[in-house]
Design a protein around this ligand. Structure first.
Ligand SMILES: [Zn+2]
Length: 806
C-alpha cells in the first residue's frame, strides 16, 4: 500500500531582468532583492577560525599539527611473570618496571593504573553507576547485579619494591596507585621498581568486562581472555601531566610505549595467544605445530596449526603440570593474551612493506565453521588496507581470538565474540558481524595502539578514526558489503535526534555512545573525503596525520591542523560544526527564479506585457460584474480618451527612447544585447539544520541534458541560513535535485527536489518475524524436499507409508 502526500508545492516564479533606462545604460542590473529586507542570519559565525579554541601551539606540538621540535614521551619497559590457577581463576604475577623519564620535568612519584579495581563492589565506578529505568529485568541481569555486588574483583598489590628490593611507599586511590620515589627522578634519568600482585578474573556469565573467563558447561573448560591484568604506568604527557583520571568503565586506556618480556605459566595443555613473538616454541609447541606454523608463514591462505578436531580432542583431557610460554614485544603500549585448551589455531603470511607479517586466529570448536573461514582472512585484509590508508603495520603478528569478549583491542591481539548457532548455521548478521568486528579490532592496532591517542579523554579519536578506516576496508572486502557505519544516510536519524552532546566531549559524559564516538566521526571523515576535500587530498592528509603521529601521542588539534596543513583546504567550519556542536545537516530548496533578459525593445516588451496581462485570470467579481448594466451605456458621453487608450501600444516616445538607448551603447554593450544568452536561474537554498555544507545540485535541462553543480561550503560564509546562487545553463532548467547522491547526511530530503516530489510512505502490514536464520530455513526446505521426494519414491515403488498426511 502506498499513500501519497503532497506538501506545499514550489511555484516557479518569473522575474524580469531589465536594462533600466534610468540606469543610463551601464549594462544590465539585476533588480532582484532591491528594497527587500536583508535575509536573516543566525549570528553564529560558523566560519570563525578555530585557533582561539585550539590549544596554543608550542615546542611539543606545533601549529601545523605535527610533533614539535622538543616533542617527548616517556618509555616504560616491563619484565613480567604471571601464572594462572585455572580452577580458582586466580592470576599471580610479579613485574620489574623500567621507567625512563624523557620529560623535561623532575618526578617525585609515579602513578600506576590498577584497572581491575573497577570490579570491587565499592569502586568509584561501581558507586557512580546510575540505574534509572529499572523495571522488568531478566534472570541474567539479576544474576549479574547480584554477582557484581559479591565479586571481589579488585587487584591485590602484594608488594612494591625498588630495584634493590627495599619496600616503596605506595598509596592506592581507587584505580590508581601512587608510588613514591626515594629520590626524585631527574629529566633524562631512569628508575627500576618491582610490583607483586594477584587477582581473580571475572566469570563472563556474571560480570561483563573487557577481559573475562568463559566457562563451557559441556566440557568443563575455560577460555581466558586476559587484559589490564598487570599494574601499568599511567601516562605522563606534555598535555595533561599525569593522565590519572579514574577508570569508570568507558574511557579506556591511556598508556606509554615500551618493550615487554612476558612469561606466562598456564596448565600444560593450554594454548596461549599473546601480544608479541613467542620466544620458546621448542618448549611449548609440538614439532608438527612448529612445522605447520612455518608453512603458514609462507602461505597466502590460512593454514591450520591446530585443527578443530585436534582442539576437540585436547579439550577432553587434562594434562598434569604447567608450561611457561615466553613472549617478547617491542614498542607497544600494552600487552594482552588468551589461554585455553579449547583453541584451534590458524595462520597465514601477509606482505607488509617488504616484511612478512603473520595473521592468526585462535578459536574453539564453538566458532566453527565461521572462524576458520573468515577470521584470519579478515585479519590479513585489515593489515593490507590499513597499511595503505595510514602507515604500514609495524609489528610481526596480528591475532584475532574468539572468546567471551564481544570485541576488544590490544596491541597485536584482539578478542572477538561472534559464533554460529549450535547447529553450525549462522545468520548474515552473524557472518558480517564477525568480519566487521575483526576488521574493527585489528584496525585498532593503528588507532590507538600505534597512533596513540588519549582514550580516557577522547573516545572518538580512536573509535571514530578506526570506524572510518573500517568502512574503507569493508568496502574492499566484497561488492555491496553491508557496512553499518560510514554512509552519510545512515547517520541522519542520530544527527536529528534529541539528547546529544558534541563529539568533543569526554568519554564518560557521552550520550548515545556508539553514534557519538563511532558513527558520527566516521561519517564526518567520509563526508570530508568524498564531498569536501576529494579522495586525493583527503588520503594524502590523513596518511600524513598517521605518519606524523605513528608511535606518538596526538591530540584532536593535531588531527584538525594536519588535515588543513596537508591539503590547503580551510576545514575550521567543518571541525567546528561536526565536532563542537550538535547541529545537523538539513538543506532545502526554498526558491527557484527563472530570469528572462529584457534589453528594452518596446516592440518586444509591450507585447510581452500585454500577453502577461491577458494571461491573468479573470476574478470571480469581474466575471459576474461583466453582465451588469453600466451607466456609460446610458450616457456614452462619459467615455473619453482613456477609454480607448491602449497602454500596451508602442508609442512614438517608446521608439525614440529605445533608438537613443541603442545609439548610446558602447560596441561591447551592443554585442552583449545581440549575442545568444544562456538561461538564468536563481536557486535559493535554506539551511534548516545549522550545519553548513557544500551545495550539490543536479540540474535536469530541457532536452534531456543533466548537469551537476558542486558549490563549496563557503557559499554560506556571509549568511549561514539562506543563500541564492545564479545558475547559467544552455537550456531551461526543468527540475533540480539537491544532494542527489545523498552524500551530505541531509536529515530531511523531502525539500531537496524542485519541483517538489510527493513523499512516499507505506502502511506497514505487520508480519510474523522469522525465528530461523536463512541457512536454517534452507536446510528445512531441503529436508522437506527430500522427504517429499522420498515419499514420491515410496509411492512409485508402490510402497506404503508415504510421507506427510493430508
Ligand atoms: Zn573500537
Amino acid at each position: 500500500m502506498q499513500s501519497v502526500s503532497l506538501p506545499r508545492p514550489l511555484a516557479l516564479r518569473r522575474l524580469v531582468l531589465t536594462a533600466a533606462a534610468a540606469v543610463a545604460v551601464q549594462g544590465f542590473a539585476i533588480a532582484q532583492g532591491v528594497g527587500e529586507a536583508p535575509p536573516a542570519r543566525s549570528g553564529k559565525d560558523v566560519f570563525r577560525q578555530l585557533e582561539e579554541v585550539l590549544p596554543t601551539p608550542n615546542a611539543y606540538r606545533n601549529a601545523s599539527g605535527a610533533p614539535g621540535h622538543e616533542y617527548w614521551q616517556q618509555k616504560v619497559d616491563y619484565a613480567i611473570e604471571i601464572s594462572l590457577d585455572e580452577d580458582s581463576r586466580r592470576f599471580t604475577g610479579s613485574e620489574r618496571i623500567t621507567y625512563t623519564n624523557n620529560s623535561p620535568d623532575e618526578l617525585r612519584y609515579l602513578w600506576v593504573q590498577l584497572e581491575n579495581n573497577l570490579y570491587s563492589p565499592d569502586s568509584h565506578g561501581a558507586l557512580v553507576e546510575e540505574n534509572s529505568g529499572l523495571a522488568k529485568e531478566g534472570f541474567g541481569t539479576m544474576r549479574a547485579m547480584l554477582a557484581r555486588d559479591e565479586f571481589e574483583g579488585g587487584i591485590d598489590v602484594l608488594a612494591v619494591r625498588d630495584g634493590a628490593g627495599a619496600a616503596l611507599t605506595h598509596t592506592v586511590v581507587d584505580t590508581m596507585m601512587r608510588v613514591d620515589l626515594p629520590q626524585p627522578l631527574a629529566s633524562g634519568a631512569r628508575t627500576e621498581f618491582e610490583i607483586d600482585w594477584t587477582f581473580v578474573m571475572n566469570d563472563s556469565r556474571e560480570v561483563w568486562a573487557r577481559a573475562a573467563a568463559e566457562y563451557f558447561e559441556d566440557d568443563g573448560n575455560w577460555i581466558f581472555e586476559v587484559a589490564h591484568w598487570f599494574p601499568r604506568l599511567a601516562a605522563y604527557t606534555d598535555v595533561n601531566g599525569w593522565q590519572h583520571k579514574q577508570f569508570l568503565g568507558r574511557g579506556e586506556f591511556t598508556l606509554e610505549f615500551g618493550d615487554y618480556q612476558v612469561e606466562i605459566t598456564v596448565p600444560a595443555d593450554h594454548v596461549v595467544a599473546a601480544t608479541g613473538v613467542l620466544q620458546n616454541p621448542d618448549e611449548v609447541l609440538t614439532a608438527q605445530q612448529r612445522q605447520r606454523l612455518a608453512e603458514a608463514e609462507r602461505s597466502d591462505a590460512p593454514v591450520l596449526v591446530i585443527t578443530p578436531a585436534e582442539a576437540d580432542a585436547n579439550e577432553q583431557e587434562r594434562a598434569d603440570g604447567t608450561a611457561t610460554w615466553k613472549f617478547a614485544a617491542e614498542n607497544v603500549r600494552d600487552f594482552a593474551w588468551a589461554s585455553s585448551r579449547k583453541f584451534a589455531w590458524d595462520a597465514m603470511g601477509v606482505d607488509i612493506d617488504g616484511r612478512r607479517v603473520l595473521a592468526m586466529s585462535y578459536f574453539p570448536g564453538e566458532g566453527e565453521p565461521l572462524w576458520s573461514r573468515y577470521s584470519t582472512h579478515a585479519v590479513a585484509h585489515t593489515l593490507e588496507v590499513y597499511s595503505k590508508f595510514a602507515v604500514p603495520y609495524p609489528w610481526p603478528v596480528a591475532i584475532s581470538v574468539n572468546g567471551p569478549v564481544g570485541g576488544m583491542e590490544y596491541p597485536m591481539i584482539c578478542f572477538n565474540g561472534p559464533r554460529p548457532e549450535e547447529d553450525g548455521t549462522y545468520s548474515a548478521r552473524t557472518k558480517y558481524g564477525l568480519i566487521s568486528v575483526v576488521i574493527h579490532e585489528v584496525g585498532h592496532n593503528w588507532f590507538p595502539m600505534y597512533i596513540n591517542s588519549d582514550e580516557r579523554q577522547w573516545t572518538w579519536m580512536d573509535e571514530g578514526l578506526n570506524t572510518f578506516v573500517q568502512y574503507l576496508a569493508e568496502q574492499e572486502w566484497e561488492p555491496d558489503y553491508p557496512s553499518r557505519r560510514g554512509e552519510p544516510r545512515n547517520i541522519t536519524g542520530y544527527m536529528s535526534s534529541a539528547n546529544q552532546v558534541p563529539i568533543m566531549t569526554n568519554s564518560e559524559t557521552l550520550l548515545q555512545f556508539g553514534n557519538n564516538a563511532y558513527a558520527k566521526p566516521a561519517t564526518a571523515l567520509n563526508v570530508l573525503r568524498e564531498t569536501v576535500m576529494g579522495r586525493e587530498l583527503f588520503d594524502f592528509a590523513f596518511g600524513e596525520y598517521a605518519r606524523r603521529w605513528a608511535s606518538k601521542r596526538p591530540q584532536p588539534a593535531d588531527l584538525f591542523r594536519t588535515m588543513e596543513d596537508a591539503s590547503a583546504v580551510d576545514l575550521d567550519w567543518f571541525w567546528r560544526g561536526w565536532f563542537y556542536t550538535t547541529d545537523h545537516v538539513n538543506l532545502g530548496i526554498v526558491g527557484v527564479e527563472e530570469f528572462t533578459l529584457d534589453p528594452g525593445d518596446p516592440q518586444i516588451a509591450k507585447a510581452r506585457d500585454r500577453a502577461e496581462d491577458e494571461a491573468r485570470p479573470e476574478t470571480l467579481g469581474e466575471q459576474r460584474n461583466a453582465a451588469l448594466a453600466k451607466r456609460s451605456d446610458r450616457y456614452p458621453e462619459l467615455l473619453d480618451f482613456y477609454n480607448s487608450y491602449d497602454e500596451f501600444a508602442v508609442t512614438y516616445q517608446d521608439e525614440q527612447a529605445y533608438a537613443d538607448l541603442i545609439e548610446g551603447l558602447d560596441p561591447w554593450e551592443r554585442e552583449l544585447i545581440e549575442r545568444e544568452m544562456p538561461y538564468f536561474t536563481a536557486v535559493t537554498i535554506a539551511n534548516h539544520g545549522g550545519l553548513v555544507m557544500p551545495v550539490i545540485l543536479e540540474l535536469h535541462l530541457e532536452g534531456g541534458l543533466v548537469q551537476e553543480v558542486r558549490i563549496p561550503a563557503e557559499i554560506w560564509r556571509q549568511n549561514d541560513l539562506r543563500v541564492t546562487k545564479l545558475l547559467m545553463t544552455e537550456a531551461r532548467i526543468e527540475s533540480i535535485v539537491l544532494d542527489p547522491h545523498e552524500e551530505t547526511a541531509d536529515v530531511d530530503t523531502s525539500d531537496n527536489h524542485f519541483p517538489q516530489q510527493p513523499v512516499r510512505t507505506r502502511f506497514e502490514l505487520f508480519k510474523d518475524k522469522d525465528k530461523q536464520n536463512p541457512m536454517q530455513l534452507e536446510r528445512a526446505a531441503e529436508k522437506a524436499r527430500a522427504e517429499a521426494a522420498e515419499g514420491a519414491e515410496a509411492v512409485d515403488d508402490g510402497g506404503e507409508g508415504a510421507v506427510g498426511g493430508r
